[in-house]
Structures are given as structure tokens and as C-alpha cells.
Design a protein around this ligand. Structure first.
Ligand code: ATR
Length: 294
């Protein structure tokens, strides 16, 4: 086949020159990143491919180096590989270094692997888009959870100006470790006192997996959460978690977790495919139409 029949942007099909990227996880079947990047590739008529790569932890480094050697532009990295990804990089951005976790790898032409962490950026951008006043970062914030996602959220809140940021986590030692890694302005609150910690808060973020389909709901009485506060969830399945529904009933603004997922993908797409992609309602429908309908 020749000319416009060999694939590429003219046909909407990838050609032999297609730029290839993907997502590495274990498992990876639940990832919505192929839909996200696939939608953008189509929308911008880019000669590219974005594929899921299920990679077991013991094969992670070999597989990543192999994919880099095979000419991929880079990878997104999801559970459980973010720390391992960080460890094998030749260069790291500040966020990846601070979080000791990389979710975006860029393979350079010189063979160097650059690691970035775009989760904090994704959360901050999603908040700016959904609740611009909340992104002004005035007042105390409460974050539930102390895992990788929670740490990224805390970093985002610090950069937006929230102070103090109170972390409440089931395992106190994990909250302490996160607070000491993330520095001044971060306080810990005993898990049993999480409801009282909402007094005077301007922002609440659930950064645990509670409230996700198939998991227990987050047990958090909101009586002390000011009605002017904004409540965010990083869980996006369902989009309207029990926490967000309860916050709305109090008159609070509620921000679902889908925006963080969509925005965290932008820097990788830009680095691999050369276009800064837009996040809009079409994209929300393409990535999470089933959840929107639910
Ligand atoms: P991620 O890196 O995606 O944030 P994670 O490290 O497994 O994932 O973190 C999950 C978070 O949800 C943790 O803060 C965890 O609390 P622990 O540090 O005590 O494990 C929290 N979490 C999970 N199940 C929970 C439950 N049933 N009750 C309270 N917190 C829970």
C-alpha cells in the first residue's frame, strides 16, 4: 500500500511510523488510560498508538528497558510500579523525587529514561477547572489517606497555598511518614478524630480507596464541615461517591475524581505526541461514559 493508504493521520489508522506509548500496571485491565489517550490521538489526528502493558513486578525493569529499546516514546505507570519506576530513572522531576514515585516515563533518543509525577499537577488542575475559588487555596485542608495518591494531593494543596494540611489515616505511622516527608505546614490527626478535624476546613479530600465500587463507604460524619467548604474525592467509580453526595446535601461544593485522572494524563501526552490535549465534556464522556450514565 502506498500514499495515503498506508495509514497515518489521513486515514485515522496508525502507520509504520506511528509513535507508540502505553500504560504499565499489574493488573492493567481496569486502566482507563488507553481510552483517555486513544481519544486524544483520534481527536488530534495523530499517527500514534497507546497500549496497555500488563507487567508483573518481577519483570518490571526488564520490560521497561525493553520497551524503551524497542522505540516507545514512553509509558504511564500505575499500581504497583510507581516506586520501581522512580528507582530506574536517569532523571526525575521535582515532584517524582519528592514523592519517590513516577507515573510518567519519557524515553529520550539518547536512551535516558526521565521520570515525572503528574498526579499532583492533575489534582491541582482538576480543582482549578471544577472549583476555581477552591484552587485559591485559602485556609486549612483535610486529607484522608497517606498512600501515594494522598501524598500527591498534599503536595498539590501545599502548592495552591492551603495551610495547614491535616492528614488523617487509619494507620498513624503512615500519616506520620507522609507528614515528615512532605514538610512544614502538614499536620497529622488521629483517624478517630477525623470528623472533628473538619471544623474550620476550607477543603476536604478523600484520598483513600473507600467509597469505590465494591469497597466500604468512607465513614465520616460531616457535621463539622463548613457549608462553604469544597469536598473532593479521588475515587471516580462511582463518580458520585457517598461522601460527595453527603457533602452536597450540606450545601458544599463537590468535585469528583475523574478530573484528576484526565488532567494527570496531559503532560505525558504532550511529551510523547507533541500536543497539549484539552480536557472537556467530550473527553469525560469518552473516558467515563458508563459512569456518567450510572
Ligand atoms: P494509593 O497509593 O493509590 O494511595 P495505597 O497506598 O494502598 O494506595 O493507599 C490506600 C489508602 O487508603 C491508605 O491511606 C490506606 O490506609 P492505611 O495506610 O491504613 O493502609 C487507606 N485505606 C484503605 N482501606 C482502608 C479502610 N478500610 N479504612 C481506612 N483507610 C483505608
Amino acid at each position: 500500500m502506498t500514499g495515503t493508504h498506508d495509514g497515518g493521520p489521513m486515514t485515522g489508522l496508525p502507520s509504520g511510523k506511528a509513535v507508540v506509548a502505553g500504560v504499565a500496571g499489574w493488573p492493567v485491565g481496569h486502566s482507563r488510560s488507553p481510552r483517555l489517550h486513544g481519544h486524544w490521538l483520534q481527536r488530534y489526528g495523530i499517527d500514534g498508538l497507546y497500549a496497555p502493558f500488563p507487567i508483573a513486578p518481577e519483570n518490571f525493569e526488564t520490560a521497561v528497558r525493553g520497551l524503551a529499546a524497542a522505540g516507545l516514546a514512553g509509558l504511564n505507570v500505575t499500581v504497583p510500579h510507581k516506586a520501581a519506576a522512580c528507582a530506574l530513572c536517569d532523571r526525575l522531576d521535582d515532584t517524582a523525587r519528592r514523592l519517590a514515585a513516577a507515573n510518567t516515563l519519557v524515553f529520550g533518543p539518547d536512551g535516558a529514561i526521565e521520570g515525572r509525577n503528574t498526579d499532583a499537577y492533575g489534582f491541582a488542575e482538576a480543582l482549578k477547572a471544577a472549583a476555581p475559588e477552591a484552587a485559591a487555596g485559602r485556609g486549612p485542608a483535610v486529607v484522608l489517606g497517606a498512600g501515594g495518591a494522598a501524598r500527591a494531593v498534599v503536595l498539590a494543596l501545599q502548592s495552591l497555598g492551603y495551610s495547614p494540611v491535616r492528614i488523617a489515616n487509619r494507620t498513624a505511622a503512615h500519616a506520620e511518614a507522609a507528614a515528615s516527608a512532605l514538610g512544614p505546614g502538614v499536620e497529622t490527626v488521629p483517624w478517630e478524630e477525623r470528623a472533628a478535624a473538619l471544623a474550620g476546613a476550607a477543603l476536604l479530600v478523600n484520598a483513600t480507596s473507600l467509597g469505590m465500587t465494591g469497597r466500604p463507604a468512607l465513614d465520616l460524619p460531616l457535621a463539622d464541615l463548613p457549608p462553604e467548604a469544597t469536598a473532593c474525592d479521588i475515587v471516580y467509580a462511582p463518580l458520585e461517591t457517598p461522601l460527595l453526595a453527603a457533602a452536597r446535601r450540606r450545601g458544599c461544593r463537590a468535585v469528583d475524581g475523574l478530573g484528576m485522572l484526565l488532567h494527570q494524563g496531559r503532560p505525558g501526552f504532550r511529551a510523547w505526541f507533541g500536543v497539549d490535549p484539552a480536557v472537556d465534556d467530550d473527553l469525560r464522556r469518552a473516558v467515563a461514559g458508563d459512569l456518567l450514565a450510572a
